[in-house]
Design a protein around this ligand. Structure first.
Ligand code: SF4
Ligand code: SF4
Length: 310
């Protein structure tokens, strides 16, 4: 490198640095376009989010029927609802409605189940602030411990379900959770430890898991309808064609199966099949599914043949 090239390189480097510094310097006199969160925004951020934002779940307890559709719809068991008999009214009431927001994956399946098959009491809100030292703080309890909430029954002449404002129930549950949960959960853990200290795990294969034996005199007291109730079977054991109907009856696939049945009645078998495939995660050509649909078709045809059948 000769001397002229050397001096040229130095001047190019100096120019580049000065250009960069000029851009930086110009920012000293501009208005900042960033905002500091959370205390420098005009409105709360949750109000600026889109209306369909999937934030924390909330339950409007005064329109909840306690049907547990949301609990059944949740694939990872975030929701826990306890129904008990209220000694004062002798009617069923809810003693617990907990949602573990620390575990929730915000899929919205519970919301869909409630919206289309019940009252829309459970829904996502635009609340999102859940910074907490432990996940214990994120179990939202919509019924404070010790309280009972009656099940909502819609009046016959009701036009629309009285759905209230989205957000206040989630905010209240979050505040309660942040304040009470750690102590409460510590207490529950202590009780659990006390109850389980010194209990040995049962040896595998110790007790045979055979058929439950019911004595003959008890059998006579059991109603025939109870004996005829199909057993809950897992999908794997339900796979043989004969058991699929049982599976549909006892699992959360039931509402989808009812919709499929309604479609089949209108002879829309292709749509009915698709509905069942989606509900039960089955592929085209699954023998159990085909057999179930054939059975459905036969039942509908037979019902039509009966006098008064439509
Ligand atoms: S599905 Fe809706 S109405 Fe039924 S228990 Fe859940 S929140 Fe309540
Ligand atoms: S949003 Fe999904 S994961 Fe969360 S409670 Fe509802 S069904 Fe369960």
């Amino acid at each position: 490198m000769d001397l002229s090239q050397y001096i040229k390189s130095i001047s190019v480097a100096a120019n580049t640095i000065l250009e960069g510094m000029a851009v930086t310097f110009s920012h000293l006199f501009r208005e900042p376009i960033t905002v500091q969160y959370p205390d420098k925004t005009d409105r709360p951020v949750s109000e600026m989010l889109p209306p369909r934002y999937r934030g924390f779940l909330e339950v409007q307890m005064d329109i909840c029927t306690g049907c547990k559709r949301c609990e059944r719809a949740c694939p990872i068991e975030c929701i826990a609802i306890d129904l008990v008999k209220d000694p004062a009214t002798k009617k069923q009431a809810m003693a617990r409605f907990d949602i573990d927001m620390g575990k929730c994956m915000y899929c919205g399946l519970c919301v869909e189940a409630c919206k289309w098959e019940s009252t829309g009491a459970i829904r996502h809100t635009r609340e999102f602030e859940g910074a907490a030292p432990t996940l214990d703080h994120l179990t939202f309890r919509f019924i404070p411990p010790g309280n009972l909430v009656p099940l909502w029954k819609a009046p016959k002449d009701l036009g629309e379900v009285p759905v209230g404002e989205y957000g206040p129930h989630a905010r209240e549950a979050r505040e309660r959770a942040m304040r009470d949960n750690p102590a409460l959960l510590d207490e529950l853990r202590a009780i659990w430890r006390k109850q389980n200290t010194g209990t040995k795990k049962k040896k595998a294969g110790g007790k045979k898991q055979g058929k439950v034996q019911i004595s003959a005199d008890k059998m006579t007291k059991i109603k025939p309808t109870v004996l005829g109730t199909p057993k809950a079977v897992s999908f794997e054991t339900a796979a043989p064609a004969g058991h699929l109907a049982d599976y549909v009856r006892v699992t959360r696939a039931r509402p989808f199966a009812q919709q499929a049945e309604a479609l089949a009645k209108k002879h829309e078998y292709a749509k009915a099949k698709l509905q069942l495939m989606l509900a039960m995660n089955m592929d085209e050509g699954n023998t159990a599914l085909e057999s179930y649909l054939r059975d459905l078709e036969t039942r509908i045809a037979e019902a039509k043949k009966k006098p008064g059948g439509s």
